[in-house]
Design a protein. Structure first.
Length: 139
């Protein structure tokens, strides 16, 4: 069995945003030379997420609005976490809802996805560089 590891770096200039990272993850798979196995993609920051869904702008706007209703950024005083001097209590909750990582099957050297599935990096407290781990195991 082979193993491959790579970090992808992102710098989202806004507080929140979604980036389709399917192409970058596919490039990692190609670099790995693994044809059959599993791929793990996880955000290595507690205010960011990795998830699989459709690459459709209306859905992304729905996510933004839904997450803001669930855990609104303002007022920042509503979060005990922010008493530490931070202002990102909402980002921690949004990450919890959207998830830390995804695992996908690799078949024939390709991501074994359904028709509309894509991998996304979700940023909930941006304006600085953050990384995503890609770990692939298989043969």
């Amino acid at each position: 069995m082979k193993s491959f590891r790579k970090e992808l770096w992102f710098d989202v200039p806004a507080r929140r945003g979604f980036i389709n990272i399917t192409r970058q993850v596919g490039q990692c798979l190609k670099e790995s030379g693994i044809l059959e196995g599993l791929i793990l993609v996880n955000a290595m920051h507690i205010t960011a997420s990795v998830f699989i869904n459709d690459d459709e702008s209306g859905l992304h706007q729905d996510y933004e609005e839904w997450l803001e209703r669930l855990a609104p950024h303002d007022p920042v005083s509503q979060y005990r976490h922010n008493r530490t001097g931070e202002d990102n209590g909402d980002a921690h909750l949004k990450r919890q809802v959207m998830g830390r990582e995804v695992v996908a099957a690799v078949t024939g050297g390709k991501l074994d996805f359904g028709p509309w599935e894509q991998i996304f990096y979700g940023e909930f407290d941006g304006r600085r560089r953050k990384r995503v781990l890609v770990k692939i195991i298989g043969e």
